[in-house]
Design a protein around this ligand. Structure first.
Ligand SMILES: [Zn+2]
Length: 579
């Protein structure tokens, strides 16, 4: 059905929840941008008389009369139903803020609108903010005839960020939270609370000392009982919590007590070099711990689930174990991109092993902490990991974090986002979408990013020299990207600028990439100046020059200055940047 320049309306319920309000504004905005037509948003009691298409959003009476009830829908699911010149978009919606950073508010109607914008209008969001929008022009919004119910592929999925433009972008990529899922380092406060009374719940060092505040003595039955007791107490307070969180603190599992050691399996093959090298494998210990807790929790609730991490020295596949699907493991293989082929295979093997054990997995990567503000392009390698996991039981994602370097890691970030909206799409298809967004410069932009892709994969050794390197990236960034590495990229981007020169939208998008390249080059100059400076004054002068340049940046999505600070200045001692 055609809408747009014909007299159509967006119809919302009399008292629409914020999700539906946002859905209506998004639809109106992109239809205006695409067709030039302003479709009014009206509430159901004030529909203007006369002909014209109607697009009903949310739990309207009209949708209910058409047999489309929001009440039957799971959170974040939606119906799209067309009937003549009427379309109904009805979602499983919550009444909270759709742009809350935890993506906790169910937003089915909003996702239905993004489905239409994506599939019927061809809108693309190459990066957050208006400069990243690609909106093909058309005469009318045409919603293809359909009647379907769409359920989210994942139970929860997202990238962690506080920036509002990025949260909106995550929604456009159909990311959402979940009910009753609790995970994250669980024992941070246990030392304070229990160390005096129950020192036996905390790791025993190999020197024979209990050490509260690090890892736990997970084979201890009293610890397991207390975890479940606390979970029961919390459930009776808030009524809904379903998951028992046993994600270990941010440390290796180190307990050396005889019981814990007796739970361990054989040492595991490890990628080298990495910080797993010579790690004692405690995967079997932690998997058994989670299973013991699950058993106890099921005495209170047969539907209980236990959340753990497969992380640090318990990331290794739990060979020989039969686990339960109610054991939900966040897989955190800290082998960052770009990877050697051997490392890449190793990561996949660990996922495969956890999957084969029967546990349910979600992807919980740290690799977006990395990359600094440099043009790293490992989109294809990431997409290969994604496809592998997606076909092997991936039930969700939680990326810590979103580095927000949209001008220098655009293809990587776009591919990650787009795979959340279209989990089975091929990487070439997605990259083609991204390049197409640059209009007449698309082929030149493709060549630009292909240069960085080849550069990235050819320099795996210097780009991937230890997991913690993201904290020291600034210090020796020039070793990873020496000034001469920018010369071919400069030339390719100039070609893109020439190709885009008659198209203001494409020119603005190429200029966005230029900002990132100029900033990266200046950052490299700074890292060289800091490394070679003979005095604090020289160092300060170099950093000041970079700071002054950063003040001229107008689009906060081009360079995430806060992330640069996070990965270097705040970690001054490790990185050597003066401040
Ligand atoms: Zn122990």
């Amino acid at each position: 059905m055609r809408y747009g320049k014909s007299a159509a309306s967006i119809v919302v319920p009399e008292s629409a929840v914020p999700v539906v309000d946002l859905a209506a504004r998004e639809l109106q905005y992109y239809v205006r941008k695409s067709t030039g037509a302003e479709i009014p948003i009206v509430s159901e009691g004030s529909i203007p008389p006369g002909p014209g298409g109607r697009i009903y959003l949310g739990a309207t009476n009209a949708a209910a009369e058409a047999g489309l009830s929001a009440g039957q829908l799971a959170r974040d699911s939606y119906h799209i139903h067309t009937d003549g010149d009427t379309a109904y978009l009805v979602g499983g919606d919550g009444d909270g803020d759709p742009l809350h950073k935890g993506l906790a508010t169910p937003a089915g109607t909003l996702f239905a609108v993004y489905d239409i914008l994506d599939n019927d209008l061809g809108v693309r969001w190459l990066w957050p903010g208006t400069s990243g929008e690609h909106v093909p022009g058309t005469n009318d919004l045409v919603i293809s005839a359909r009647s379907e119910t769409v359920c989210p592929r994942f139970r929860f999925c997202g990238l962690r960020t506080n920036r509002p433009e990025e949260i909106l972008w995550l929604r456009r990529m159909r990311m959402h939270g979940a009910d009753g899922m609790t995970f994250g380092h669980a024992f941070g406060k246990w030392a304070e609370k229990y160390a005096d009374e129950h020192p036996e719940w905390f790791e025993l060092t190999c020197e024979g000392r209990r050490r509260p505040g690090y890892s736990m003595c997970v084979s201890d039955a009293g610890l397991q009982r207390q975890i479940v007791e606390n979970w029961c107490a919390e459930r009776s307070r808030n009524g809904t919590r379903a998951t028992v969180n046993v994600c270990e603190n941010d440390y290796n599992g180190e307990c050396c007590c005889p019981n814990c050691l007796a739970w361990d399996g054989p040492e595991a093959p490890q990628p080298r070099p990495s910080y797993y090298a010579d790690s004692h494998n405690v995967s079997q210990r932690y998997a058994r711990f989670a299973m013991e807790v699950l058993k106890l929790a099921r005495e209170h609730d047969p539907e209980a689930e236990v959340a753990m991490y497969a992380y640090l020295n318990y990331v290794f596949e739990p060979v020989g174990m039969k686990l339960d699907p109610a054991l939900i493991a966040g897989f955190v293989a800290d082998v960052f991109f770009p990877r050697t082929p051997e490392d890449h295979e190793w990561v996949k093997q660990q996922w495969q092993g956890w999957h084969d054990s029967g546990a349910t997995l979600f992807l919980r990567p740290n690799y977006l902490l990395n990359g600094y503000c440099m043009p790293e392009n490992w989109a294809r390698q990431f997409a290969d990991e994604w496809a592998f996991c997606e076909q092997r039981g991936m039930m969700g994602t939680d990326f810590d974090s979103l580095n927000g370097q949209w001008s220098t890691m655009g293809p990587v970030l776009y591919v990650i986002g787009r795979l959340h909206a279209r989990p089975k799409a091929g990487v070439d298809e997605i990259l083609n979408e991204y390049y197409s967004g640059f209009g007449p410069a698309s082929e030149q932009v493709r060549a630009y990013w292909q240069y960085w892709e080849l550069y990235t994969l050819d320099h795996t050794d210097v780009l991937q020299d230890g997991t913690d390197h993201w904290t020291t990236y600034a210090k020796d960034a020039y070793k990873r990207f020496p000034p001469e590495s920018f010369d071919p990229a400069d030339e390719l981007l100039s070609e893109a600028e020439r190709a885009a020169s008659d198209d203001p939208d494409a020119a603005a998008k190429v200029a966005f990439l230029r900002t990132g390249l100029d900033h990266a080059k200046l950052t490299i100059e700074t890292s060289i100046a800091v490394a070679k400076a003979k005095s604090d004054e020289e160092r300060k002068a170099a950093v000041t020059k970079l700071r002054e340049f950063r003040k001229t940046l107008t689009d906060p999505m081009a360079v995430n200055v806060a992330h640069n600070f996070f990965s270097c200045v705040e970690r001054e001692k490790a990185s050597g940047w003066p401040e």
